[in-house]
Structures are given as structure tokens and as C-alpha cells.
Design a protein around this ligand. Structure first.
Ligand code: ARG
Length: 604
């Protein structure tokens, strides 16, 4: 990685002066972000604060500044560093311009699609086995925006981990069990249609479920539903076979729709797998003395507050064992609950995969649930509970389609596509393309994903189709457009990358900015891989796209002297290479819309 050799070189000089091993310094040296108002004439900086171990020392701005100056005075320029300066609490380093261009060029060529990933920043990160559960919709119920977010965020994390050399198992844990299947079974007997179940299972089952829910007020229907579910639990052949059809047709349809998003799973698991195993969990809890059945007195008061009945099974989670915090794990009739099935599923997953990390991606409304889950596992003596992680995200308001409220994932995907198609058709400059529907789909989905990935995952946001699909501004449309433009430039001028181009020609500030930005890529990847936030990569790519737009206007290839044209064209190819093989395209599974017309054009 280009940045590595520079960081190493700076660290080695610093290490002699500071008497610290260079490895300890490398992570304190970071590439300076490119911004419109770039005031520091530097490519890298060392923050004095990050190398100060002594917590008792004075950290005032004045002191940091003084120490930065003292350190800078001891440092010397060399073949790599041509200028050393100081900023507020930082020592700044400028790299020899020709060396900068040459190194970046060589690295992009050498690493190709691995650019950034091969950085030594990742060398100390152990390669791990991760099981990640995401999407996890409920059969016959709404696929809401929370499921969509879980799907794209889980996919992003899984893709990023795989790219960084980790072993990843993707699990979809379906809501495929519970009383709702009793009702659905009865509903299907009354309103179901086998043809419709085969051709559009998700929609049909949802409709049946809505219909039977209306009828469920009636005592007789309630009783029938109870009977159906009891037969299901007793594995009555006929009942089970109908349920199996619900499940398998639904999965077939899910697979087809996920494909549009570039998402796949290694396992379709579900709550139904853990009926019996959750009874074993209850037994284990009992044996370990963790299961308490509610009686009278204090317990009753506590449980009254959370509406549990006498005989309900609970696990005390409070430190003082005073039931100030507890989790309900068993109904009074002895049947399991959502959390009991999750306990069984977690134990099963760990037995099967023996992984280093187990992740669950859901919205933050389930934070309590997962906290309880991990706490109970810990109480049961599973130390690996500490390696379980709930990746939670914020709630999204206002996602609607023209048909109204979102019920199916497919509606959202269709809506993104049709809105984009309309935008393309109304843009006068749109050139004819072969498959407009497919192009609209690729751009529309990119827009959806980028809007979602722009902020912190934990933030709530207000969804807006108009904002997401804007062609100007920081959107997925703009990113797709940039990539298409770079691609078409590459087609126009060929994609032969030469190593012996005269890099000394690259002196314009616009070219230097591109180089500086490329230098930072490994740090950005590293950040996203540490905190699991896609926003670092997204904002990196947006800046890259703005820089590409500026470079496109200023660093003209056409009409320049051959030597200059060649090196400038190389800049295009570096950008394309980083854009195309990395970032959202790769980790968000966004398919590039290469045929996206040049004129449908936002500016930089
Ligand atoms: N099916 C659940 C829902 O829609 C999400 C499942 C989350 N995963 C889990 N292991 N509990 O709310």
C-alpha cells in the first residue's frame, strides 16, 4: 500500500528521536483528508496527543503546540519528506511530489482490486470466523424498512469482512413459527389458493393473514387456530406439510428478490428449528438453578408490572438478585418464547460454527432483547457470550411507495426502479440505452443504499425518495454517474496502464488532490472495519467522485501533449480502479450501471 511505505519512512525517523518502536507510531501517522479548504501543505500528520502516554502531563493546546514544534525541530527532511511543518498539536509532513505520484501509481497497478486491503494497517488484525445473522423477516407478515436496513447493513459487513480475509457465514433467521401460523393455517383453509401460493407466496400469505386476522375476533376461529398450532407442534403430518409449503415457497421468493440486491445467505434458519431445543434450554436453566417460576409476593408484584401470569418462567438478571431486572423465558403453559428460541439458536450456532464473533443485525428496538440474550448465555456459563454482538441501527420514518405503506421488499425495489426510470426519461439529455429498466434498477438501488449508509447507523432518519434520487449532490446516482463516466473515458482512451509514464508532469493541485485522496483509502477502510460504519467509505467515495469531476474539467487528456495525456489518463484509470473495485460497489453489492449516459450528469 502506497501510504504504508510513507508512514513507515516517517515512523522510522520519529522512532529514533522519540525512542519508541516504529510499529507503535505507524497508527498515529495519518494521511491528511483532502478538503476544499485545504490549509495544510502536507500529506501526512502525526498527532502529538496520540503518542503521549503520560496521562498526567499537560494536554493543553498550548502545550501540544509547543511539543509539536520541539519535535519538528529535531526532524530532518530527506528523500521522502520534503517539508516539515506544525499545526495545532500536529507535526505535518509533505512527501516528495514525484515519489508520491510514482508510489501511488505503482501500488494501484500492483494491488488492483486489493488496493487498500493489503495495507499493513490490517496486518495485526487476526483473521476470524464470523457468523452474521441479518434480514430475518417474518413469513406472512410485513417486510418493513427495518428488515431492509438489516439486509443491506448485514450484507455490507459480511462483504467487508470477506474482503479482509475473514471467514463469514451468513444466516437468515426467519420468523417461521409461533401462534401466527395457527391462524395462517386456518386462514389458508378458508381463503387460500394453491396456485397463488406457488406464484406469489409472500403476497398471498400476507393477504390470507390479513383476512383471517379480521375474522379472528370470532371465538371459533381462535379455537381452530389454537388447534392448528397444537397439531403443528405435535408434528401432525398434514398440518406440517402445509406449513412446509408456506416456508419453502416463501424462501424461494426471498432468494429471487434478494438477488436483485446482490444479497445471498449460506443458511436459511428460523425460529421453527428451535422448538424442541428451546425445551432443552429451559431444562438446562432449571438444572442450573436459573429458572424461577412466578409465585406470589415480591415476584408477583414485579411480574404484574410486566403482565406475566403465575407459573411463568423467568431468569433473574439483576446483580443483587432482587428481580429488579429479569427476562421472561417461558409461558405459564410451559411453551417457549422468542428469547428462548434465540438462546437455543445461539448455542446451536456456536456448536456448529465455533466462531470468534457472532453478530445480529437488527434495529435498536431489539437492543434490550439482545442484551438479555447475551446476559442469560453468560449466566449459563457460556463465556463466548462476550463475543456476541448486536449491531443495531436507527429507525427510518416515511418510507412509502405509490401504493402506500411498504409491505413487501419487492415493492421498494420496484419503486426505486420506476422512480429512477421516470427521472431518466424526463432528463432531456438522456441518451438511448439498451436496457433502461436494468440501468434504472442499478442506479435506483445504489441511491437507496447510499442514502441509508450516509449517516451513523444508529441515527434515525426521514426517508425521502426525492433526496435519494437527486442527480446532483451526494447521492448514489452521482456515484454511479461518476463510475460510468470514468468507464467511458477508459473505453475511449484504452485501459493500458503504463508503469513508465512521466509522473513529474502531475503537478496541478487537482492531480495532487487525487493522489492524496488515494493515499487515505486504507485508513478509511480500516475505520469502517473497526466500527462497522459504512459512512466512512461512502463519504470517501463521494469525495473521490467530486475530485474526479474536477479533474475531468482541468486535467484534459484530449488535446494535451502525448506524455501529459498519458499520465492524466492514468489518473482516470486509478480513480476508476479504486471506485469500481472497492467501496460501495463491492461492499454494498451495488452493480455498476456502466451504460449510464454521460449526459445524465450531475456536476462536481
Ligand atoms: N424476525 C425478527 C423480526 O422481524 C427479527 C429476528 C432477529 N434475530 C434474532 N435472532 N432474534 O423482528
Amino acid at each position: 500500500m502506497a501510504a504504508c511505505s510513507f508512514r513507515r519512512s516517517i515512523a522510522s525517523q520519529l522512532s529514533k528521536i522519540l525512542d519508541l518502536p516504529p510499529e507503535n507510531l505507524i497508527k498515529s501517522i495519518s494521511a491528511v483528508p483532502v478538503s476544499k479548504k485545504r490549509l495544510i501543505p502536507a500529506d501526512f500528520q502525526l498527532s502529538i496527543d496520540s503518542i503521549t502516554e503520560d496521562s498526567s502531563s499537560d494536554h493543553s493546546a498550548q502545550d501540544l503546540q509547543l511539543r509539536a514544534q520541539m519535535l519538528a525541530e529535531k526532524l530532518k527532511c530527506d528523500a521522502v519528506v520534503t517539508e516539515i511543518s506544525t499545526g495545532p498539536g500536529t507535526v505535518n509532513f509533505m512527501i516528495n511530489r514525484e515519489l508520491l505520484a510514482k508510489t501511488v501509481l505503482q501500488q494501484v497497478l500492483k494491488d488492483g482490486s486489493e488496493y487498500g486491503i493489503k495495507s499493513e494497517l490490517f496486518s495485526t488484525v487476526p483473521r476470524q470466523k464470523t457468523v452474521i445473522e441479518f434480514s430475518s423477516p417474518n413469513i406472512a407478515k410485513k417486510f418493513h424498512i427495518g428488515h431492509l436496513r438489516s439486509t443491506i447493513i448485514g450484507n455490507f459487513i459480511a462483504n467487508l469482512k470477506v474482503a479482509l480475509g475473514h471467514q463469514v457465514t451468513r444466516i437468515n433467521y426467519l420468523g417461521d413459527w409461533g401462534m401466527q401460523f395457527g391462524l395462517l393455517g386456518v386462514g389458508f383453509q378458508q381463503f387460500g389458493n394453491n396456485e397463488k401460493l406457488k406464484s406469489s407466496p409472500l403476497q398471498h400469505l400476507f393477504e390470507v393473514y390479513v383476512q383471517i386476522n379480521k375474522a379472528a375476533e370470532d371465538e371459533n376461529t381462535k379455537k381452530l387456530a389454537k388447534d392448528f398450532f397444537r397439531k403443528l407442534e405435535e408434528h401432525d403430518e398434514q398440518t406440517l406439510s402445509l406449513w412446509k409449503q408456506f416456508r419453502s415457497f416463501s424462501i424461494e421468493e426471498y432468494i429471487r428478490i434478494y438477488k436483485r440486491l446482490g444479497v445471498h445467505f449460506d443458511e436459511y434458519s428460523g425460529e421453527s428449528f428451535y422448538q424442541e431445543k428451546s425445551q432443552e434450554v429451559l431444562k438446562m436453566l432449571e438444572e442450573k438453578g436459573l429458572l424461577q417460576k412466578t409465585i406470589f409476593g415480591l415476584q408477583l408484584l414485579q411480574c404484574f408490572l410486566s403482565k406475566c401470569r403465575k407459573g411463568t418462567g423467568i431468569v433473574d438478571l439483576s446483580e443483587k438478585k432482587d428481580l429488579s431486572s429479569f427476562s421472561t423465558v417461558m409461558r405459564s403453559d410451559g411453551t417457549s418464547l422468542y428469547i428462548t428460541r434465540d438462546l437455543a439458536a445461539a448455542i446451536d450456532r456456536m456448536n456448529k460454527h465455533n466462531c470468534d464473533t457472532m453478530m445480529y443485525v437488527t434495529d435498536k428496538s431489539q437492543s434490550n432483547h439482545f442484551q438479555h440474550l447475551f446476559q442469560i448465555l453468560k449466566l449459563m456459563g457460556y463465556d463466548w457470550a462476550e463475543r456476541c454482538q448486536h449491531v443495531s441501527f436507527g429507525l427510518v420514518q416515511g418510507m412509502k411507495t405509490r401504493r402506500g405503506e411498504v409491505i413487501f421488499l419487492e415493492d421498494v425495489l420496484d419503486e426505486a426502479r420506476s422512480r429512477m426510470l421516470q427521472n431518466m426519461a424526463s432528463a432531456k439529455t438522456t441518451k438511448e440505452i439498451e436496457n433502461p429498466l436494468e440501468t434504472a434498477e442499478k442506479i435506483g438501488l445504489a441511491a437507496l443504499i447510499i442514502q441509508d449508509f450516509q449517516g451513523l447507523l444508529s441515527s434515525d432518519y426521514q426517508f425521502s425518495w426525492d433526496r435519494a434520487l437527486q442527480s446532483r449532490g451526494d447521492t448514489g446516482v452521482f456515484l454511479q454517474y461518476t463510475h460510468a463516466r470514468l468507464h467511458s473515458l477508459e473505453q475511449m482512451h484504452g485501459n493500458e496502464q503504463l508503469t513508465d509514464v512521466n509522473v513529474a508532469c502531475l503537478q496541478e493541485p487537482e492531480a495532487i488532490s487525487v493522489l492524496q485522496h488515494l493515499l487515505r483509502y486504507d485508513e478509511v477502510l480500516y475505520r469502517s472495519s473497526q466500527d462497522m460504519q459504512p459512512k466512512h467509505i461512502v463519504s470517501y467515495l463521494l469525495t473521490l467522485s467530486h475530485l474526479a469531476a474536477v479533474a475531468h474539467k482541468t486535467l484534459l487528456v484530449k488535446g494535451s501533449a502525448p506524455e501529459l495525456a498519458q499520465v492524466r489518463h492514468n489518473v482516470v484509470m486509478w480513480l476508476k480502479s479504486v471506485w469500481g473495485t472497492q467501496g460501495v460497489l463491492r461492499y454494498g453489492s451495488v452493480r455498476p450501471a456502466l451504460e449510464l449516459l454521460r449526459e445524465y450528469a450531475p456536476s462536481g
